[in-house]
Each structure stands twice: as C-alpha cells, then as structure tokens.
Design a binder for this molecule. Structure first.
Ligand code: RTP
Length: 158
C-alpha cells in the first residue's frame, strides 16, 4: 500500500449488535473499502460475556458497564481487521463521536445511529490507538491463522 507519510497499520473494527440487526453490515464494509483500506479478517461472532468484559476492561468502574456488556452480547457482532495508512485514526474519524446524537453527518454513527436509541447503542466500535488495536485483534481473533496477509494487486492512485 502507498502509505505516504502515514504508517500502514491495522485496526480492530466491530459492528455491534444494533448495527448487525439493523442491516448495516454491507454499508459499513463498503465505507471502509471505498477509503482504500484492506480487509484482513472478518467473521460473525456471538460474544461470550468474558470477552466483552475483557474488551471493555478500562470501563469496568463505569455505571453503564453491566449494560454495555449485556448489549455487546445481545446478538451477533461482526469482527473485522482493516489495514491501511493511518487507519486507526481515520477509522475513528469515519466512525464519529460516541453519542450518535452528537456525531457529525457523514460519519457512520452520525448517519446510521438511531436518534431514539440509548447513548451507548452506537452501531460500531473502532480501536482508539495502535496498542488497543493489537490487543483487541488478539482478543477477538484466535491468532493469525484467522487473518489473511494479502496485498491488493491493483496499483492505487497516487
Ligand atoms: P468504542 O470504544 O465502542 O469504539 O466507543 P468510544 O471509544 O466512542 O466510547 P467509550 O467511551 O470507549 O465507550 C465505549 C462504549 O460504551 C458505551 N457507552 N455507553 N451509557 C453511556 O453513557 C455510555 N457511554 C459509553 C458505548 O457503546 C461506547 O461506544
């Protein structure tokens, strides 16, 4: 991948149960593809409580922690690893602010988040740093054999 001044890196993206149930899987994948990112891993997954608790361990003291874990386990999620130049930060920009009511139009949460839903029901997760990304990829994917190391054969526009 032509990386310019950005490092080619990986991020963990997860479509949360509300995003899956409302039929946004294709729309979300299309947005990441259009941006030029490369899909390295993809699966549907019914999350056990222990995995959700570990994923959100930094929030374990928050009053909404129990509700958050229950929500993540309430139906299938779609787990993805996307690779691209600066993808950790650009994915967070594409995703938008945590509260769908406050996320900008054009962002995934701004466009697809339901105004009637609770703050936390925000369709999608994206890693907030390179360290989180590697930790989350290791947690949600059972090792590198679940990922495919490939490079698109089409030369990107530069
Ligand atoms: P994420 O980790 O899922 O990408 O979201 P984020 O960085 O935008 O937000 P964060 O503060 O890390 O919170 C993680 C998730 O917890 C739920 N939440 N609920 N009820 C509430 O007030 C509340 N606040 C946060 C959301 O699902 C949020 O994405």
């Amino acid at each position: 991948i032509f990386a310019g001044r950005f490092e080619t890196e990986r991020t963990y993206i997860m479509i949360k149960p509300d995003g899956v149930q409302r039929g946004y899987v294709g729309e979300i994948i299309a947005r990441f593809e259009r941006k030029g990112n490369v899909l390295k891993g993809l699966k549907t997954f019914q999350c056990p409580k222990a995995v959700a608790e570990e994923h959100y361990q930094d929030l374990s003291e928050k009053p909404f922690f129990g509700d958050l874990v229950e929500y993540i386990c309430s139906g299938p999620v779609v787990c993805m690893v996307w690779e691209g130049p600066g993808v950790v930060k650009s994915a967070r920009k594409m995703i938008g602010a945590t509260n769908p009511l406050e996320s900008e139009p054009g962002t995934i949460r701004g466009d697809l988040g339901a105004f009637y839903a609770l703050v936390g029901r925000n369709v999608i997760h994206g890693s907030d740093s390179n360290e989180s990304a590697e930790r989350e990829i290791a947690l949600w994917f059972g090792g590198d054999d679940e990922l495919v190391d490939w490079t698109p054969t089409i030369t990107p526009w530069t």
